[in-house]
Write a protein that binds this ligand. Structure first.
Ligand SMILES: C[S@@+](CC[C@H](N)C(=O)[O-])C[C@H]1O[C@@H](n2cnc3c(N)ncnc32)[C@H](O)[C@@H]1O
Length: 273
């Protein structure tokens, strides 16, 4: 079955943690949600597909602007959370975006970080293309290169010395940085039938803790993101030392008022079907 590893991953601890921390994540990713909403430029009553909708923040925001939104996601806990998060013109389905086939075509397909996890991105985007009307818009955010995303790489690199297999990961493997290379994204989308592909780089501050200082930022980095994922691969006996290493790596990033803000960068990708 396609995307089985990701289905397992997002239906297990990762999905539950994203639900548990959803308010904080939505606040942390707020600047990106705004960039996306501006770029999507919703038209009244249009039909929008939110790919990898998670707990539904982007879907509900678009529904609030007058769109009819269908959010799809592999994760049962995330879809349950999305359904419970609002009422109005948004519906949520547990579905794989690489196979999903709707009865009607969508005017736009959008995503906040839900498109970098496909085993076969070319096939997945060909399927997304097939779900859009002719000329339909594709707009999504994905993380740019790891060196521009300290919020993710500082915790991940802190855990690396504790990993048995510390070989550099495949940069194209499904995961947060699978679409970091904009040339690759352009090729995937063009091959899938999209035209007018644009990748616009946006630098943003990622607020790991608003005012909770090192303890709070460390606890968060141990729950969500590449550092947390690496931590999960360790033997339980190794984890306290690795957590301490994350804490020390975050220490230089504490700012005024115990805020911890770190560098981040995304590609805002847009194209037409
Ligand atoms: C990083 S989370 C982002 C969630 C949400 N868009 C947000 O910004 O809060 C990635 C999401 O993509 C979903 N996902 C991964 N692969 C998918 C696929 N093939 N089809 C549908 N959803 C998928 C995951 O279940 C997860 O909810």
């Amino acid at each position: 079955m396609a995307n089985e590893d990701q289905r397992d991953y997002w239906n297990d601890d990762a999905g539950r943690k994203w639900v548990e921390h959803r308010k904080r994540l939505d606040s942390m990713l707020g600047p990106i949600t705004k960039i996306l909403i501006d770029a999507i430029a919703v038209r009244q009553d249009e039909d929008i597909l939110d790919i990898g909708c998670g707990s539904g923040e982007l879907s509900w925001r678009l529904a609030g602007l007058g769109a009819n939104v269908t959010g799809i996601d592999l994760s049962n806990p995330m879809v349950d959370a999305a359904r419970a998060a609002g009422s109005g013109s948004a519906q949520f389905l547990v579905a794989d975006a690489s196979e999903f086939c709707a009865d009607t075509s969508f005017d736009a397909a959008v995503s906040r970080f839900g498109v970098m996890f496909f085993d076969d991105p070319a096939a997945a985007f060909a399927n997304i293309h097939a779900n859009l009307v002719e000329g339909g818009r594709l707009v999504f955010a994905c993380w740019a290169t790891p060196d521009r995303n300290a919020w993710a790489m500082v915790p991940a690199m802190a855990v690396r010395p504790f990993l048995a297999d510390a070989a550099p990961p495949d940069p194209h493997a499904p995961g947060p940085f699978a679409f970091a290379d904009d040339a690759r994204v352009r090729t995937i989308l063009s091959d899938a039938g999209f035209r007018d592909v644009e990748c616009e780089l946006h630098d943003i501050d990622v607020i790991m803790s608003e005012s909770g200082g090192l303890d709070d930022a460390t606890a968060f980095a141990c729950q969500i993101g590449p550092g947390a994922r690496a931590l999960g691969e360790l033997d339980k006996s190794e984890r306290p030392k690795a957590r301490e290493a994350i804490r020390e790596a975050l220490r230089p990033h504490i700012g005024e008022d115990e805020a911890v803000a770190m560098a981040g960068a995304i590609w805002l990708v847009s194209a037409a079907a």
